[in-house]
Design a protein around this ligand. Structure first.
Ligand SMILES: Nc1ncnc2c1ncn2[C@@H]1O[C@H](COP(=O)(O)OP(=O)(O)OP(=O)(O)O)[C@@H](O)[C@H]1O
Length: 481
């Protein structure tokens, strides 16, 4: 780095350096000496780590370290962190994993009345907006994979506004065996094999993805409930012949609306998660009253643990979230390239840390009838309980409604489409709502509609034929700029 522009920070033990980037700004951080981690993922000495896209994060050290970096727009050091709480939780969960693995191997386990259950930790993380739920999920996951025991925790994201490993509008689960890096809010839980080159450390991530189509679970609670149960079944079947994976446990990140649900179906989605993933620990971040409510409602089956909110968590407004959503679709199509600050080479670091991830999507012209497109429930739904007294819904929340691209006002222009995996080949196994239960194999964006020739131009990540495929559309749009 150019010596004139760099700044050095000396961090005391158990303190963290927090930063926030402005739009268009990138930051390079290098660990000069000591040990440090970013949300639980260890960083290597001498390696340059790049951040962009308005990333907000922190470099934490247990024993002190020296960092070198360029100045971002906001930066400060704090010695009031919640990392010790997460480390204690990690130790408690680690005991549960070890005990569960011994039990699964029929090894004699000492029942020494230590109160540690022989079930692996299956943790649901809840809390209000900007509590640090996703960060908690990341820290706990990173501590597990760092433990060096070969654990592969299942990281689950049921926040469709988050995007997790793919694009917003989805819920997903992924078995993780390498630390989840932090470089951009567009990939809050790392990159997957669908969008990262194979040389990237987390490229082995292959998530199971279901399409919800909206950012807020409230927009169709019944659909969300069904997808959560599907994801739970998917995780169970992945764990069926995988004792290490199963004993590594599950960590579920939830949206803030789970914490604020009201009305007749109050906590319906929390209940769905507890059942689908056989949750045994509910972690409530930064919300005392919610912890009490969870204890009262679900305390018979789960342990409720309160975690304080870290002072470092940044409030993210709607405009910021919208920019991140757009970036996620962009990165899904084109890859993620961080332009390093002046003076820093684009691929740097001892181990050649990758900052260049260019992908080349394909723009294809296809016939209107090449794809079968559905919208679930016909659009954003108010809950049935919110309908006027005596009014009945003409289209049910779970009904797949065919979308005809030749109809003006179909809502397909610029829409993000989820390409579904092929359905069961056995005709006897087919049923009306089958599209709700299929996983997503990729995403498309409709760039143009030619009504005259009955053709549409779609942007797709690869060259595979789209003829005969089925897609779902929701309320997400994206324009290539
Ligand atoms: N200790 C910290 N220092 C600096 N930034 C942090 C820290 N902890 C979290 N952040 C940042 O604060 C932002 C919000 O955190 P996070 O996404 O974990 O909250 P959340 O509760 O999951 O939010 P949501 O409202 O989307 O559910 C993120 O950009 C995250 O990287």
């Amino acid at each position: 780095m150019d010596a004139g522009l760099v700044k050095e920070w000396q961090l005391d033990p158990e303190s963290e350096y927090r930063f926030e980037l402005d739009p268009g700004e990138s930051l390079a951080i290098k660990l000069i000496s000591g040990k440090a981690e970013i949300f639980g993922a260890e960083i290597g000495e001498g390696v340059t780590y790049l951040f962009d896209s308005e990333c907000r994060a922190a470099v934490f050290t247990w024993h002190g370290c020296e960092l070198e970096m360029r100045k971002p727009s906001t930066e400060y050091v704090s010695d009031e962190t919640t990392m010790a709480v997460y480390m204690n939780l990690h130790h408690a969960f680690e005991q549960m994993r070890v005990k569960a693995l011994s039990a699964s191997r029929n090894s004699p386990t000492r029942d020494d009345g230590d109160g540690v259950p022989s079930e692996p930790p299956r943790v649901l993380i809840m809390g209000p907006d900007n509590a640090g739920k996703t960060t908690a999920c990341k820290i706990l996951t990173n501590y597990v994979v760092r433990a060096g025991q070969g654990w592969r925790p299942m990281c689950v994201n049921v926040d469709p506004g988050e995007g997790a490993w793919t694009v917003p509008g989805t819920i997903s689960a992924c078995s993780v065996d390498a630390p989840l890096p932090t470089s951009s809010p567009a990939s809050p839980l790392g990159s997957t094999s669908t969008s990262a080159p194979t040389i990237s450390s987390s490229s082995a991530l292959v998530p199971a993805v279901y399409w919800f189509g909206h950012s807020e679970p409230r927009q169709n609670i019944l659909l969300m409930e069904r997808l959560i149960r599907n994801l739970g079944d998917n995780v169970n079947s992945r764990h069926y012949n995988d004792p290490i994976g199963r004993c590594s446990g599950i960590i579920v990140d939830t949206p803030s609306s789970f914490a604020t649900s009201t009305g007749e179906k109050k906590y319906a989605l929390v209940k769905a998660c507890i059942e689908a993933f056989q949750i045994n620990v509910v972690l409530v971040v930064g919300h005392e009253k919610l912890a009490v409510e969870m204890q009262r409602t679900f305390g018979q089956t789960v342990n409720v643990v309160k975690v304080p909110k870290s002072g470092g968590v940044v409030d993210l407004d709607l405009a910021y979230r919208d920019r991140v959503h757009k970036l996620q679709v962009h990165n899904y199509m084109y890859g993620h390239h961080i332009a390093p600050p002046p003076g820093v080479p684009s691929t740097s670091g001892e181990d050649g840390e990758v900052t260049d991830m260019h992908l080349a999507p394909l723009s294809a012209s296809i016939n209107f009838d090449d794809l079968t497109i559905y919208r679930i429930g016909g659009g954003v739904m108010a809950p049935s309980s919110a309908l006027p007294v005596g009014a009945a819904r003409t289209i049910s929340e779970l009904q797949p409604v065919p979308v005809d691209p030749s109809q003006k006002g179909s809502g397909l222009l610029n829409a993000v489409l989820a390409l579904l995996s092929p359905p069961a080949s056995d005709e006897n196994e087919r049923y009306d709502e089958e599209v709700l239960d299929l996983t997503v194999s990729g995403f498309l964006v409709v760039n143009a509609l030619d009504f005259h020739n009955k053709k549409m131009t779609v942007l797709a990540p690869g060259q595979g034929s789209l003829v005969g495929r089925t897609c779902l559309v929701g309320s997400f749009e994206w324009q290539d700029q």
